[in-house]
Design a protein around this ligand. Structure first.
Ligand code: PLP
Length: 391
């Protein structure tokens, strides 16, 4: 560790990227791997979006853009918030970044100081704690289990608030569990947060469109309680909804001073997100939206199949979810049945013996569980279930 900063030694590589890398290594040795590790749609980017990108290259949209995104894309984002979320933002309250991931990174760098605490619900998206640490702040991890549907309760939230609490992170539909907070649950959390005006909130809505809760349309905490709007940052992007993970376009919306601070960080690090990807994202947001429904129907079908099938396997308990493309079962029974130590050993077993790539729950702060990404075709899902039911 000579030469390396203290900062870098506090964080670990992204677990989901690591599993994918390990699986790719086995694939390169000619071993067939069923990839249920990574969190990306298996669909191709829709044709109209592909064409918009090709046209952008031909039109010479190949230069630097404004650091925080082209005015036309920012307008499409503002229109999207109005149309889909009934939220009004102005040009200086929106930023386009290289993925939703960079939105979160910029926010951490822009608002967190040493000693600040960030409340994160486990199981969590792997990057929240590490990006918090990279900003010298402290992740406060609140563990939830299957019994409480993986959702933080108002009581848990309030009892973890201190004078140092700076940011509360909420992600719905959630990675890795797919659970969705109801309007009433969000209102209950909002009621707590209203008592603590110093706390900022980030709502990670990246799975907004991948959602099949029949009773309720998508809502986030600001839509439920507009009084929180002046201290909430919305994270969203085109990666998941439009099968555009490789294009790296995400966006954030929130109070002007914070968005402008995030722009400053971006201007001194990566500058604008890829100009061509921005043109593609413009078409994604303004073009035909029917593609989303086609993908969501496929995800829902796979969800119903995999949840039922996992529950027939001795030692696996899998709750239903309402969105995203993950199943997150408790696998303690299976671990002990196989004589393994924990979920990390189970995922190694699944990769090396069964040739199924899965991410251990420990990486999401939730030992005893494992994540199946069902962003893969039914054939692969059936094969994986078949192998698992024989162990
Ligand atoms: N937030 C959550 C919960 C995610 O699962 C992901 C991707 O895995 C992201 C944000 C960021 O996605 P991207 O950087 O591709 O926009």
């Amino acid at each position: 560790s000579a030469y390396l900063s203290d900062r870098i030694q506090k964080i670990k590589p992204s677990a989901t990227l690591e599993v994918t890398a390990k699986a790719n290594e086995l694939k390169s040795q000619g071993i067939q791997i069923i990839s249920m590790g990574s969190g990306e749609p298996d669909f191709d980017t829709p044709k109209n979006i592909q064409r918009a990108a090709i046209q952008a290259i031909k039109n010479g949209q190949t230069r630097y853009t404004m650091v925080d995104g082209t005015p036309i894309l920012k307008k499409a984002i503002i229109d999207k918030f109005k149309r889909e979320n009934s939220l009004t933002y102005t040009n200086t309250e929106v930023i386009v970044s290289s993925g939703g991931k960079q939105v979160f990174y910029n926010l951490c760098q822009a608002v967190l100081n040493k000693g600040d605490e960030v409340i994160i619900t486990a199981p969590f998206w792997v990057s929240y704690p590490d990006m918090t640490l990279l900003a010298d702040a402290t992740p406060i991890i609140i563990t939830t289990g299957l019994e409480q549907n993986f959702k933080i309760t108002p009581k848990q939230l309030e009892s973890n608030i201190t004078n140092n609490t700076k940011l509360f992170v909420i992600n719905s539909p959630s990675n890795p569990t797919g659970v969705v907070y109801s309007k009433a649950e969000l209102q209950a959390l909002a009621n707590i947060l209203k008592k603590y005006p110093k706390i900022l909130i980030i709502t990670d809505d990246i799975y907004e469109h991948i959602h099949w809760n029949n009773n309720e349309n998508f809502v986030n905490i600001v839509m439920v309680d507009k009084t929180l709007k002046d201290r909430t940052i919305i994270l969203n992007g085109v990666s998941k909804a439009y099968a555009m993970t490789g294009w790296r376009i995400g966006y954030g919306a929130g109070p002007k001073n914070i968005i402008q601070a995030m722009k400053k960080i971006q201007g001194q690090s990566t500058s604008n997100p890829c100009s061509i990807s921005q043109a593609a994202a413009l078409e994604a947001l303004n073009g035909d939206q029917s593609i989303i429904n086609i993908m969501v129907r496929a995800f829902k079908k796979r969800h119903d199949f995999i949840v039922d099938a996992l529950n027939t396997i001795n030692g696996i308990e899998c709750p239903k979810s309402q969105g995203a493309f993950y199943a997150f079962p408790r696998v303690e029974g299976l671990i002990s049945r196989l004589g393994l130590k924990n979920d990390i050993e189970l995922s190694t077993y699944c990769l090396e013996i069964l040739n199924i790539a899965l991410v251990p729950g420990s990486d999401f702060g939730m030992p005893g569980y494992i994540r199946f990404s069902f962003a893969t075709n039914m054939d692969n899902i059936r094969k994986a279930i078949d192998k698992l039911s024989k162990v």
